[in-house]
Design a protein around this ligand. Structure first.
Ligand SMILES: [Zn+2]
Ligand SMILES: [Zn+2]
Length: 374
């Protein structure tokens, strides 16, 4: 498999890559050195903006001598440099960068270089700095790496946009993008034209997105095993993958939803109307300021969140009507202003149609109106 896993979060972190934390996160304690390196290969694109000495070298430091030994066992290149023991894994076509796993043996352990050497049954030489410098600055490899990064950035641009849209407007705290080289489709690696996604609830909501080609989008959508496979892949608790996006919100969820909104928006429920003809719920809430929040819930593909002035006059609205083909992320959108007989003033809202996940967007509309009112 030539996958790339991209993890996006809201903050731009620039720090040393802490492999011990990642081993913890991905539960890799029992894995062999080469398998650990395999997982890191997939993940490192996410860390490409971290500061590092050479474009084509990802240097990761462990505090764990046993982990370092495992990594050293599965590569044929180990050496010592400036009090660091280093296990080096070579670049290949799909992953054109070196991975160096380092352990600062002089500070931490009682073991000497010779002891490590005899444990591994191999000689550990001190590497020449000048030689390493030349190797890691290799112009051909550097060019390859830069092209690889550029291609992936281009291919992942629209999914990154969706990810950050979701992170900034919904309860999603993190997204994980699965991309198969060379061109994206998670099943076959051919040119990705669409994506499928699912939400996992761990401590936070995590959005998982996988690129697909035309041929495999339907297959992936229809096959619930695929989503189970994704959830298993990350070994997380409860997943919402059974929630099909073209389905309606179930009745028992409505109750949960009402109490959650009352709590998070600090408001009271004025009306809860079920319209049998349209098969939809319309919930009306009121804030102490008099601001009204009206949620129209039919399915995850057909919904509206209205925020109205205390007089009842419309202020802003988020809905999913497929009217604005020109927006970045179609069809869900925010009406920035609502004026009758005027050209709609809209932008992508990146919302799901499930109010609990979309609360940050609803709160933003309420805040805008209340700021205006005071
Ligand atoms: Zn495919
Ligand atoms: Zn609209």
């Amino acid at each position: 498999m030539q996958w790339i896993i991209v993890k996006l979060i809201n903050i731009k972190v620039k720090k040393m890559i802490k492999i011990d934390e990642l081993i913890e996160d991905y539960n890799l304690h029992e894995s062999l050195g080469k398998d650990i390196d395999f997982i890191f290969k997939l993940l490192l694109f996410t860390l490409k903006d971290f500061k590092r000495d050479y474009k084509i070298v990802f240097n990761m430091v462990t505090q764990n001598p046993l982990l370092w030994q495992k990594l050293a066992l599965d590569t044929n290149k180990i050496f010592e440099k400036e009090d660091l023991l280093i296990a080096e894994y070579e670049p290949c076509t799909e992953y054109p960068f070196y991975r160096l796993y380092s352990y600062r043996y002089k500070e931490k352990s009682a073991l000497s270089l010779e002891a490590f050497s005899s444990l591994l049954k191999r000689e550990i030489n001190v590497e020449d700095t000048k030689e390493l410098y030349n190797k890691y600055n290799d112009p051909e490899l550097t060019k390859n790496y830069i092209n690889w990064e550029k291609n992936l950035n281009n291919q992942l641009a629209s999914l990154s946009d969706i990810s950050y849209g979701r992170i900034n407007n919904t309860k999603i705290k993190q997204t994980i993008i699965l991309h198969r080289q060379p061109l994206g489709c998670i099943v076959c690696g051919e040119k990705a034209t669409g994506y499928i996604s699912t939400i996992l609830m761990n401590k936070d909501a995590i959005l998982i997105i996988a690129s697909t080609c035309d041929k495999h989008q339907e297959l992936a959508k229809q096959n619930p095993c695929f989503l189970h496979f994704l959830s298993k892949l990350f070994q997380m608790g409860l997943d919402l993958s059974s929630m099909k996006m073209n389905e309606k919100i179930e009745k028992n969820l409505i109750e949960l939803l009402i109490s959650e909104i009352k709590r998070e928006l600090n408001c009271e429920l004025l009306k809860n109307i079920y319209n049998e003809l349209k098969d939809e719920y319309v919930l009306t809430f009121k804030r102490i300021s008099g601001v009204l929040i009206i949620l129209r819930l039919h399915t995850f593909m057909d919904y509206g969140y209205m925020v109205n002035r205390p007089s009842g006059e419309a202020f802003q609205r988020i809905d999913s009507a497929p009217d604005h083909k020109e927006i970045k992320f179609f069809p869900d959108h925010l009406h920035r202003t609502i004026t009758k007989n005027k050209k709609p003033n809209v932008e992508s809202s990146y919302t799901f149609g499930f109010p609990i996940l979309d609360l940050p967007s609803i709160i933003k509309m309420v805040n805008r109106l209340e700021t205006e009112l005071t």
